[in-house]
Write a protein that binds this ligand. Structure first.
Ligand code: AMP
Ligand code: MG
Length: 381
């Protein structure tokens, strides 16, 4: 008799363990083996075979991370609702945050949009392939799962040979948000993607570090005048030069509060953020470094991080100090920003201080990302 009790108790315990594991797996998404293929700049014949394999994965409804000139994207078939659902699941992204649809040839924009306005053609001639995303009224073939329920679609033609080869081989437009877990800094290397999404996606095409390092400029062409929804490498002056007057969504420069809702739903969410608390210190540079050194000194050295530039590197000697590039050449700063934020997480830094940047040119996009990552915590000195 006691043996039977013992036997049934054991069975019950195993059942409970099994149910808990299944629930965990459902929550985290079914685990799979993620294949990683290195692809060189010139794309050799054998590397091209990997791209073909990855394109087949996309056609079959699977997910492939690939490099673009901005950040790594997580691609799926933009016309397949199930693929888009998988993208949201793998990223942990809210499903009302629409995906950008990537194409490899300009003509492929026509089936996606109800109407392609002349200014879209003009912008494409000037900036595509490149880091500019255009919002257009969507056609019937684009599922609402891809557009987060909106009647508009975001389209981009990236300037990266691996990305374009993948899209062409897939033979379908590719929906691709940044290939990170939602809310984390965007990935600028295949290793960042692997850290966030291994076991959740089928393939990563490793094309090395990306060139620009921050996400595309988004411009809405569905209204009377074009409106910038997210600043990026293509800045407002460059767009004004081509289009005359371009407006700017006021929500870009504000903390999301009350009635001010950004037109790009993604700008609503906490974004690009490291795990530690990030604070921006702005002002004349010696005052900034004095303040950062003072604030940093309040904490144990092991939990303090400072993100600085070549010009000021020597002013800091406490905690984890990361130099992200030169103020003279802001592309270096864009290029290294997210990797620096991720390094702070790796080092388990709790208090991070970063110097502010001017809002001119590329500085506008850099400050936008830093402000979001810092939850708008700025100290002016
Ligand atoms: P990510 O691909 O992760 O860089 O994010 C894409 C960004 O594009 C998010 O901020 C989205 O909200 C925005 N976006 C995508 N489609 C649309 C659309 N149809 N209208 C407005 N914003 C969009
Ligand atoms: Mg993103």
């Amino acid at each position: 008799m006691p043996y039977i009790y013992f036997y049934w108790t054991k069975v019950c315990i195993w059942c409970i363990i099994y149910i808990c594991i299944s629930m965990y797996k459902n929550e985290a998404g079914a685990m799979m083996e993620t294949r990683i293929y290195k692809i060189g700049e010139d794309i050799s014949e054998s590397e091209y075979d990997y791209i073909k394999e990855a394109a087949g994965v996309i056609r079959d409804g699977g997910l492939v991370a690939f490099p673009t000139e901005t950040v790594y994207g997580l691609g799926g078939d933009a016309l397949n609702p199930e693929s888009s659902r998988r993208i949201y699941g793998a990223k942990g992204r809210p499903s009302d945050n629409p995906l950008i649809v990537h194409i490899a040839d300009f003509e492929d924009i026509y089936p996606l949009a109800r109407k392609v306005p002349d200014i879209a053609v003009i912008l494409a001639e000037k900036f595509w392939p490149g880091p500019l995303t255009m919002i257009l009224k969507k056609s019937g073939i684009v599922p609402y799962e891809t557009t987060g329920g909106l009647d508009t679609v975001a389209v981009r033609l990236p300037d990266n040979r691996i990305a374009c080869a993948l899209i062409r081989e897939a033979g379908v437009p590719v929906a691709a948000p940044s290939a990170n877990r939602s809310g984390k800094p965007s990935p600028t290397t295949a290793q960042h993607v692997y850290g966030d999404l291994s076991g959740k996606i089928d393939v990563i095409l490793d094309g090395g570090a990306v060139s620009i390092g921050i996400e595309s400029t988004i411009i809405d062409l569905t209204g009377d005048i074009p409106v910038i929804l997210r600043p990026g490498y293509i800045n407002q002056d460059m767009l004004n030069d081509i289009l005359g007057d371009v407006a700017r969504d006021p929500a870009i420069d504000n903390k999301v509060e009350g009635d001010i809702k950004p037109k790009a739903p993604g700008m609503m969410y906490r974004h690009y953020a490291p795990e530690g608390e990030l604070m921006i210190v702005e002002g004349e540079i010696s005052a900034v470094s004095d303040k950062i050194n003072e604030l940093a000194g309040m904490y144990d050295e092991s939990v303090v991080g400072i993100i600085t530039t070549t010009e000021n590197r020597e002013r800091y000697d406490y905690g984890t100090v990361v130099c992200i590039g030169s103020r003279e050449n802001e592309i270096t700063i864009a290029h290294n920003l997210y990797a620096a934020l991720r390094k702070m997480d790796e080092c388990k830094i709790k208090h991070i201080f970063i110097e502010g940047f001017s809002n001119e040119g590329l500085g506008d996009a850099i400050m936008n990302r830093i402000m979001k990552a810092a939850g708008h915590k700025v100290l002016k000195v």
